[in-house]
Design a protein around this ligand. Structure first.
Ligand SMILES: Nc1ncnc2c1ncn2[C@@H]1O[C@H](COP(=O)(O)OP(=O)(O)OP(=O)(O)O)[C@@H](O)[C@H]1O
Ligand SMILES: [Mg+2]
Length: 449
């Protein structure tokens, strides 16, 4: 992605030198010779980062900083300062500048600083887009479910959204844990503030630590600039800790402290930082088992699990399947530009009886491919993935037209006996008849042996 960087300096050589460097890094540099010109460019609304000198005619750098942040909250502004004016750089930092560099500018350092600031900016941009997208929809209309279990979950989401309590969302993979976390945030009064997500299993212990808490310049090799952690980025908003069950003991202790007294230090730093952020965690692990095995701190568990939302697997709320099917079908048919009437009876029954180990995500993927593969306006068994189809075969009795009712009954009994491995008591139960009646029918239809 190409970012627009406003380069503000009254010295032509510096301005052009910086612009050239940033262009070489793949960005689009927009030069401005003084603060007023910069402000006019800012007002166009597509600037992603500002690099500005402090001492300039017309409008000084600190005033530009103030107005830039008022116009675009959170915009990263990097201050350039001459020797002897460090004081004013420090002042600028207090006003919300992203960082500062002394002149002559160390180009390597600037490049790194710009890259880091832009990646944080990108997180915020994605959040803003997601927010707009979500606000277009009503409440949690994107979460589908009408089973009692889901209705109860919607109620809890509504209730916890109004509070600041930590929430632990549990449930198998693909049950919609992240969707629930989104719903809580966007229904809370923090909805205009960031929702920051951290995938805890994806990072090594050291990386996760610096990702969560940030680090100071020089904290470790490669830490050339100060970096704000996700906790700081989530200030006044919500922090979503996904796969919390995978966090190492060292990071667990640090998390416990933030949850207890809302404070922490950046890696390699001494300043104690206070944050106000709501924590939502999710896991598909059984944490009580992890606690018993000594892999997860019990005290942390209680801090996270103030409210628990458990998403039952899809196979335990099959009433939701038809609604999910029709919603996904509409969505994918529209995307593929196909006119679809729905699924034929066999395909529908196959989706209903399948166990869905991958839950809603698997159902969604299954329908996406079925829509692509379908050749008529009805999705048939053949359009479904083979394992779902073959599962269905086992559960099916083929009844061709032309059979009498008695023949159909015989077919069903034969199949049920097969499915129950010849256990007549169980077969009779499923068929809803007495054992004696079953015996009589077996003899009558010659099904023995
Ligand atoms: N109730 C639902 N209604 C509509 N879509 C859903 C629902 N539940 C899950 N999905 C969809 O299923 C997919 C998986 O959901 P999500 O990422 O929230 O699951 P998860 O529980 O976080 O999974 P994992 O444990 O693998 O991270 C997403 O595409 C989501 O849109
Ligand atoms: Mg998830």
């Amino acid at each position: 992605m190409k970012y627009n960087i406003l380069v503000v300096d009254d010295e032509k050589n510096i301005r052009e030198g910086l612009a050239k460097l940033l262009e070489m890094e793949g960005h689009r540099a927009v030069p401005a010779a003084d603060g007023r010109e910069a402000l006019a460019l800012l007002e166009r609304g597509d600037v992603d980062l500002v690099v500005t000198d402090l001492k300039m005619p017309n409008l000084p750098g600190d005033e530009l900083l103030r107005r830039a942040l008022a116009a675009v909250p959170g915009l990263p502004v990097i201050i350039l300062t001459g020797h002897g004016t460090i004081e004013s750089a420090v002042q600028a930092m207090k006003q919300g500048a992203y960082d500062y560099l002394t002149k002559p500018v160390d180009m390597g350092r600037l490049t790194l600083l710009v890259a880091r600031a832009l990646s944080e900016w990108e997180v915020k941009r994605q959040y803003r887009e997601a927010l707009q997208e979500l606000q277009k929809r009503s409440q949690f209309s994107n979460i589908i479910g009408k089973s009692d279990a889901m209705r109860r979950i919607f109620e809890v989401v509504q209730l916890v959204s109004a509070s600041k309590a930590s929430v632990l969302i549990t449930g198998e993979s693909g049950t919609g844990k992240e969707m629930i976390a989104d719903a809580i945030h966007y229904n809370s009064d923090r909805k205009d503030k960031p929702l920051i997500k951290v995938h805890c299993a994806a990072l090594s212990e050291t990386l996760l630590e610096s990702e969560l808490f940030g680090h100071e310049r020089g904290a470790f090799t490669g830490a050339v600039a100060r970096k704000r952690g996700r906790f700081e980025l989530a200030h006044r908003g919500t922090l979503f800790l996904d796969e919390i069950g995978e966090v190492s003991p060292g990071v667990q202790i640090k998390l416990l402290r933030v949850l207890q007294d809302k404070t922490f230090e950046r890696v390699g730093g001494e300043e104690t930082i206070e944050v106000d952020c709501r924590v939502i965690a999710a896991t598909n692990r059984d944490l009580s088992q992890a606690i018993a095995q000594g892999q997860f701190r019990e005290d942390l568990y209680y801090r996270l699990n103030v409210v628990n939302i458990h998403l039952p697997p899809l196979r335990e709320r099959k009433e939701d399947i038809p609604l999910l099917i029709s919603s996904f079908l509409t969505e994918f048919a529209e995307a593929a530009g196909k006119r679809l009437e729905g699924l034929d009876a066999k395909a529908r029954a196959a989706l209903y009886s399948y166990r869905w180990p991958g839950n809603v995500r698997e159902l969604r993927n299954c329908l996406e491919s079925a829509v692509v593969l379908s050749r008529s306006s009805l999705i048939t068994l053949e359009d479904l993935p083979p394992h779902i189809r073959s599962d269905a075969d086992k559960n099916y009795v083929k009844l061709s037209l032309g059979l009498s009712l008695a023949e159909a009954e015989a077919e069903l009994i034969r199949a049920e006996l097969l499915a129950q491995n010849g256990n007549k008591t169980r077969a009779a139960e499923v068929l809803g008849i007495g054992r004696k009646t079953l015996h009589r029918k077996i003899q009558e239809y010659g099904l023995e042996g």
